[in-house]
Design a protein around this ligand. Structure first.
Ligand code: C2E
Ligand code: MG
Ligand code: MG
Length: 560
């Protein structure tokens, strides 16, 4: 064989080998001209990308590579870039093609299909950031989200909330029914929590029977509270496991940024502390973090003690929130809500000190003070608005005092008030205890309105309600929050109103903040409404000022 023939054979051999490589390699090999049109294209990845070489020749290379890549190459730069093409990912290595003078005349590139690699990377990322059992974000990704939210909140001067959820009897379920059932319960809980939250809220499972929720935008603590109450309610429904229904219940604690902490660690730790408070109070409830929770047990004793003296030191104040009749749109009454102006700590919200007062028993004295104050205000207002009614909240502890009905009767008599001038609010919870029913019956018999406060899907069945000594329902504001656009809440509120109507009970919707919420509850035929839309809790003086123009108008109408 001549030298030349051997050379040609080697060239053919090389060429064949090259073709074999370019046709089978998991990549696309290509060249393009200065106008970014393909001049050659081959490679095993074309098929899986759904491309055909013949159709691409002379066509714009935009079908494969992003335009900016070729623009850079045209300026003489070697580019490495990743781009997505439909479902698939490509990694390009592109170099300028130069002529003899070094002028860029086109580009030569290798585009690798890295879809599988990306998928593996994503899976690795997911497993580092997600909880396997529930598929929820884990603690790591939650902390990242909280850090981002802190940065946003600082920039826009906003608040956000973190809720700490802990299941109440989970350990028992796990120990007695086994891990498999336990896992099933956790998955169901994860689903319910997700269903209760809104898009944008983040829910994570750091482990065990704990869940942490980030509400990235809240205006005030009340919002975190209503979300928390919804969660508590959603979890109070039985969880089906095999052939039985399990009752799980949860305790929820909340902390607000920046009020209760300035970094992720503090916010989560404080939501956790609040959750412990909720648990200590019997579970199946919500507690908001308060700086007192940091205080040692000794401090708490001091606080309990302070509370006993609060009445004598004149530190309690009663605020009144207007209640509006939906028929006439008049203020027909108010709810008395207590505040504690602590001489050192400033204003303490009832959500914080009522639980302490309930535990220590101080609530009885507090509520009797409230009852007296409320009667004084009612008597004064009724002088010019005779149908005015004041509502007070009673704790379970109050109802267990045997003389409560006598105290109520005496207080009404002392201020010359008929029974209908007063309304008493108790929670559904209270009514589960049969021993309080006789006292409520006696209070009812005085003509006093007895309302179930914060009424929801919690406990009461229709048949049960019928037997109770009650005359009114107050729909929990957790259901009102999203009622203007949440079909689920609309259905609940709608059915509460119709149940109430069937039983001849008076219905109040609380937590009305917007005209849309108002329009919806009005369309259902609620009797009364209450909420920030009409007025926040205000001093007796402010309340009387709000009522006064009407009183004057009436005097004018009467020709006075
Ligand atoms: P509650 O009886 O359901 O009282 C309504 C609560 O909702 C009040 O909070 C009120 O300020 C708030 N609120 C009213 N309108 C709106 C609204 O439009 N939006 C939102 N987000 N919130 C609204 P507050 O005064 O902090 O009272 C919290 C709870 O503390 C009361 O809930 C009641 O259970 C208890 N409480 C208050 N005062 C007393 C009292 O004198 N005795 C007893 N035993 N409990 C009390
Ligand atoms: Mg109330
Ligand atoms: Mg209420």
């Amino acid at each position: 064989m001549s030298e030349r023939a051997r050379f040609e054979a080697r060239m053919r051999d090389n060429e064949q080998r090259l073709r074999l490589v370019t046709q089978n390699v998991d990549a696309v090999l290509w060249t393009a001209d200065r106008e970014a049109r393909f001049t050659s294209i081959s490679g095993g990845a074309l098929d899986q990308l759904g491309l055909r070489a013949e159709q691409l020749i002379d066509q714009s290379s935009g079908a494969l590579i992003a335009e900016h890549v070729l623009q850079d190459v045209a300026r003489g730069i070697t580019v490495r870039a990743e781009t997505a093409r439909g479902e698939r990912w490509l990694r390009h290595h592109v170099e300028p093609l130069r002529d003899g003078e070094g002028e860029v005349v086109g580009a030569v590139g290798v585009s690798l299909d890295i879809t599988e690699l990306k998928r593996t990377q994503q899976e690795l990322f997911e497993s580092a950031h997600r909880d396997r059992l529930t598929g929820l974000p884990n603690r790591l990704s939650l902390d990242q989200r909280i850090d981002e939210t802190i940065a946003d909140a600082r920039r826009d001067d906003r608040r956000f909330a973190v809720l700490f959820v802990d299941l109440d009897r989970f350990k028992t379920i796990n120990d007695t029914l086994g891990h498999r059932t336990g896992d099933q319960v956790l998955r169901e809980v994860a689903v319910r929590l997700q269903e209760t939250l809104r898009s944008g809220d983040v829910i994570a499972r750091p482990g065990g029977d704990e869940f942490i929720i980030l509400l990235p935008r809240v205006v005030h603590a009340g919002e975190a509270e209503s979300v928390a109450l919804r969660l508590v309610r959603a979890l109070a429904l039985p969880v089906p496991a095999g052939d039985q229904d399990l009752f799980v219940n949860a305790s929820v604690g909340a902390a607000i940024f920046p009020d209760h902490g300035r970094d992720a660690e503090a916010i989560v730790a404080h939501a956790d502390a609040a959750m412990y408070r909720a648990k200590a109070l019997g579970g199946n409830r919500f507690a908001l973090y308060d700086h007192f929770m940091e205080a040692a047990a000794g401090e708490r004793l001091v606080l309990e003690n302070d509370l006993r003296h609060a009445i004598f030191r004149d530190e309690l104040e009663l605020l009144y929130q207007p209640v509006v009749d939906l028929g006439t749109r008049r203020i027909v009454g108010c709810e008395a809500l207590v505040r504690w102006n602590h001489r050192v700590r400033g204003v303490v919200a009832p959500g914080v000190f009522i639980p302490i007062a309930e535990e220590s028993g101080a609530i009885v004295a507090v509520d009797r003070w409230v009852l007296r104050e409320a009667c004084v205000t009612a008597a004064r207002v009724r002088a010019y608005q005779p149908d005015f009614r004041v509502a007070v909240n009673f704790s379970p502890r109050d109802l267990r005092e045997p003389d409560l009905p006598d105290v109520v009767a005496a207080m009404l008599a002392e201020h010359g008030l008929p029974g209908e001038a007063l309304s008493v609010e108790v929670t559904e919870h209270v009514l589960l205890d049969d021993t309080v029913l006789p006292a409520l019956r006696r209070i009812c018999a005085l003509g006093v309105q007895v309302a179930i406060d914060d009424f929801g899907v919690g406990y009461s069945s229709l048949a049960y309600l019928k037997r109770l000594p009650i005359t009114a329902l107050k729909i929990d504001r957790a259901f009102i929050r999203d009622v203007a656009d949440d079909a689920y809440d609309q259905a609940i509120v709608g059915s509460i109103v119709s149940v109430a109507k069937t039983l001849g009970l008076h219905v109040t919707a609380e937590g009305i903040e917007t005209p849309e919420q108002l329009a919806f509850v009005a369309s259902l035929g609620c009797d009364e409404v209450q909420g920030f839309h009409f007025g926040a809790p205000m001093t007796a003086r402010a309340l009387e000022e709000a009522l006064a123009p009407r009183a004057e108008r009436r005097l004018v109408e009467r020709g006075a």
